[in-house]
Design a protein around this ligand. Structure first.
Ligand code: PFF
Length: 448
């Protein structure tokens, strides 16, 4: 077998992992959840969840991945010491691959919409009215074509492998994303109404601290760090033994939560600027509009009312959303593709073509049954499956895998780690505390 590809640098890995983590979940999900869950009270709980639960689970994925140098299924089977745990590993691995593919099936649809609005900001600059109209009208033809184009972009990057595909594009796109985000925030902050939005975002309302908020914050943290489905595991498998995993993990968690927080400084003030411009920003129940209407109605109304500059702001905003989606979707597609490449005789290109087409088919089925399937798939994958799979990965790291191997892998690339807080706490934490916390929160969410 040809030698396994690796990220060529630490920076490449951080951009790829941050690219996976930073997505629609950060720029859309986090700010709107914050606004409708008591402002900064949610931010505080979210950061707690991110560092106390998601970071340890991320470490489990990275450590298992780098040790096994393989996809999630082969990795879990490989660290299982006996027949029963190998069967469990196979089950969890297959479940993870299916969930990663299903997440991509709905994510690709939403990302397709981003591409449409991106294209619309160009067609309206050019004055092509009927094209603009088609691009912003919800219809199967538009949805399938845009989702298909987005899937082709995702497949193109994945077909080119790790350093020539994932790393190359993440290191190009992520800095661009940061620059656009910063530019947009600066612009929005100069607009009337931004201050009111900032207050809503940053002033905590602790009366909203109810159990459901913890469930939401946990789901959001797992989704945001792309956990449970083997994306971080497979990215970790392309890391060199010279790198310190705990440090890289902290960096990725910080960049991801930091970007979510910063995105809130754009989205919430922008909503209140839109209010100043006359847009309706509340639902009939009096909550802030947070779903698709926010991105595809409230914000476009704002861009339109800004006059000529609004079209450029719209262009920048939808480029931002498209980049965020693409660097995340490639990590989802890498999960099944890495499995196929490592466990069958398919080449990377063949595997990408076949699996990409299957996921395209899945998205098409969701689109034709939008009312019944879209929200169902989102809930099934992100609210329940991701935390459950995260829990299983902690169980594998803490209970099933031989402890000596686990400790040895932590030490690789970080010889002086013995004696650090991480070394003393994490192995037991991931064994006892993480599974218990995730389980409690999950039971809570099923009960609620
Ligand atoms: N982390 C991505 C976001 O915040 O939008 C979503 C995501 C990517 C979820 C990859 C799951 C995944 F495997």
């Amino acid at each position: 077998m040809a030698s396994r590809e690796q990220f060529s640098s630490k920076f490449g890995f951080i951009m790829a992992a941050a690219g996976s983590a930073i997505g629609l979940g950060n720029i859309w999900g986090f700010p709107t959840q914050t606004a409708s869950n008591g402002g900064a009270a949610f931010v505080v709980v979210y950061f707690m969840m991110a560092f106390a639960l998601a970071y340890p689970a991320l470490m489990a994925e990275l450590i298992i991945g780098r040790h096994s140098k393989s996809n999630i299924l082969t990795a879990l089977r490989g660290i299982a010491p006996n027949q029963a745990s190998r069967i469990l590993g196979t089950g969890v691995g297959i479940y993870g691959v299916i969930i990663a593919s299903l997440i991509l099936s709905f994510y690709g649809i939403v990302a397709g919409w981003m591409l449409c609005y991106l294209a619309e900001s160009v067609t309206s600059l050019l004055g092509w009215d009927s094209a603009s109209q088609w691009l912003v009208s919800f219809g199967n033809e538009r949805n399938i074509i845009s989702m298909g184009i987005f899937m082709l972009l995702t497949m193109y990057i994945i077909a080119n492998g790790i350093s020539g595909g994932i790393e190359k594009w993440s290191t190009r796109l992520m800095p661009m994303l940061m620059v656009i985000l910063a530019g947009l925030i600066i612009y929005v902050m100069t607009q009337p109404g931004a201050g009111e939005g900032l207050r809503v975002y940053l002033l905590p309302d602790f009366s909203q601290l109810k159990p459901s908020l913890f469930v939401d914050a946990m789901g959001q943290a797992f989704f945001s760090l792309s956990l449970g489905v083997g994306t971080m595991l497979v990215y970790g498998s392309y890391l060199s033994n010279k790198e310190s995993l705990p440090r890289l993990g902290v960096m990725v968690t910080l960049v991801d939560s930091g970007t979510a927080f910063v995105a809130g400084l754009l989205i919430i003030p922008a909503i209140y600027v839109a209010k100043q411009y006359g847009a309706n920003i509340f639902t009939e129940a009096g909550d802030l509009i947070a779903g698709p209407d926010l991105i595809f109605q409230v914000l476009p109304t704002l861009f339109e009312s800004m006059g000529a500059i609004g079209m450029w702001v719209a262009l920048a905003f939808f480029i931002l959303m498209s980049i965020a989606s693409l660097t995340s979707s490639i990590s989802m597609l890498e999960v099944p593709v890495s499995l196929a490449v490592e466990e069958t005789s398919f080449s990377r290109r063949q595997a990408t073509l076949v699996i990409g087409t299957l996921i395209f088919g899945c998205s098409t089925v969701i689109l034709f049954n939008f009312g019944t399937l879209f929200d169902f798939v989102i809930n099934l994958t992100t609210v329940y499956s991701q935390p459950l799979l995260g829990l299983m990965l902690c169980v594998f790291a803490g209970w099933i895998w031989h402890r000596d191997n686990l400790l040895q892998e932590i030490k690789a690339g970080h010889p002086e780690i013995e004696g650090t807080f991480f070394w003393k706490v994490w192995p037991n934490y991931v064994k006892f505390v993480c599974p218990l916390l995730v389980l409690t929160t999950l039971i809570q969410s099923i009960g609620g």
